[in-house]
Design a protein around this ligand. Structure first.
Ligand code: NAD
Ligand code: TYD
Length: 334
């Protein structure tokens, strides 16, 4: 593979993917374009930035000039850049529409002009809306219910239209709830783990019955890599597991693993429009030879251990004014 542009490569999944690509492909050259919003940090790729195969550009995917500079000379684009947290999209959707939709438009236009050979949009199972029973497959109608999910669904449609209209060789992956190292501690698993480590309550939304299927970040990265190499342009691929767990059980299990009192579990007001279940049919990506390597207990233990071993990484984030302001708004003032 020649050079690859990874947008959002200083965020959670993007940073894991950059590391995965550099380690797996000794000839890979990676350009990272990242705005370093509250969710992105060079600390997430500090072991990679010294590599002469990595070039880091701080910039915004909505900025046409910056995007064209970053994309020149690359044959593959993988777009992770996004506003990614549902609760923040409920508090204020504006940056979600801006980055997740308008930013993707800017990337697609540049990819078309520069004739990139592969454009992979990293999307989400949330575009299908909640699925009380059964599994979503790639041809299911979109029914997004949060501003985050709607902005991602809109982007998927735009990406798809560049294939149909201009023949741009696009691919889409729709991943499930991803967990593992370097996840910003606002998403449920790192939030629960870091709260438990600090003997703070674990806030479970509503009655804690909403279900998510968890996917380990390394499996998500290998799936994206597989789709990049063997996927059929124009196609979307679901990426997930059948590790379904509800919020109540997740909190209990974390308290158990960390040997914290069970009464740290606390029920708090539900999320508005809370999707009660996501579940993916992954037959299409399995037919490319991909399957997840991590079961739920293994991914949970690996993730807990990473946060235990990396206190300075998450304590710095949790001590920042912006994290504290968000926490107050979401958990104390709602
Ligand atoms: P994240 O919030 O950890 O990282 C997002 C990154 O994008 C950050 O580094 C941020 O600085 C950067 N970014 C944000 N706006 C930008 C802009 N305008 N220009 C340039 N960079 C910008 O997100 P994540 O959890 O790693 O998710 C990555 C992608 O995967 C997203 O597109 C998300 O929708 C998708 N996804 C996430 C999950 C999950 O469980 N986390 C599941 C499925 C799909
Ligand atoms: P989250 O990590 O925000 O991912 P998603 O985008 O899939 O909603 O939340 C996962 C689940 O955990 C979801 O059902 C909402 C629930 N949740 C809580 O119960 N408490 C919390 O503090 C958070 C952030 C999420």
């Amino acid at each position: 593979m020649d050079a690859m542009l990874v947008t959002g490569g200083a965020g959670f999944i993007g940073s894991n993917f950059v590391r995965y690509a550099l380690n797996r492909y000794p000839d890979a050259r990676v350009v990272v374009l990242d705005a370093l919003t509250y969710a992105g940090s060079l600390a997430n790729i500090d072991d990679c930035v010294e590599s002469d195969r990595l070039r880091f550009i701080q910039g915004d995917i909505r900025d046409k000039g910056t995007v064209e500079d970053a994309m020149r000379g690359v044959d593959t684009v993988v777009n992770f850049a996004a506003e990614s947290h549902v609760d923040r999209s409920i508090l204020d959707p504006s940056s979600f529409v801006e980055t997740n939709y308008n930013g993707v438009y800017v990337l697609l236009e540049a990819a078309r002009r520069l004739e990139v050979k592969r454009f992979l949009q990293v999307s989400t199972d949330e575009v299908y809306g909640h699925v009380p029973s059964g599994l979503s497959d790639e041809s299911d109608a979109f029914a997004p219910r949060s501003p985050y999910a709607a902005s991602k669904a809109a982007a998927d449609l735009l990406v798809q239209s560049y294939y149909t209209t201009y023949g741009l060789p696009v691919l889409i992956t729709r991943g499930g709830n991803t967990v593992g190292p370097y996840q910003y501690p606002e998403k449920v698993l790192p939030l629960f783990i870091t709260n438990a480590l600090e003997y703070k309550p674990l806030p479970v939304y509503g009655d804690g019955s909403a279900v998510r299927s968890y996917l380990y970040v390394e499996d998500h990265c290998s799936a994206i890599d597989r789709v990049l190499r063997t996927g059929q342009p124009g196609n979307a691929y679901n990426v997930g597991t059948n590790c379904e767990v509800n919020g109540r059980d997740l909190a209990d299990r974390i308290l158990e693993i960390l040997d914290r009192p069970a009464n740290l579990r606390e029920f708090v007001p539900d999320r508005s429009g809370h999707d009660l279940r996501y579940a993916l049919d992954c037959g299409r990506i399995r037919s490319l030879g991909w399957s997840p390597a991590f079961d739920f207990e293994t991914m949970l233990n690996e993730t807990v251990q990473w946060y235990v071993d990396h206190r300075p990484w998450w304590q710095e984030i949790r001590n920042e004014g912006s994290f504290r302001a968000y926490y107050r708004k979401q958990y104390h003032e709602r």
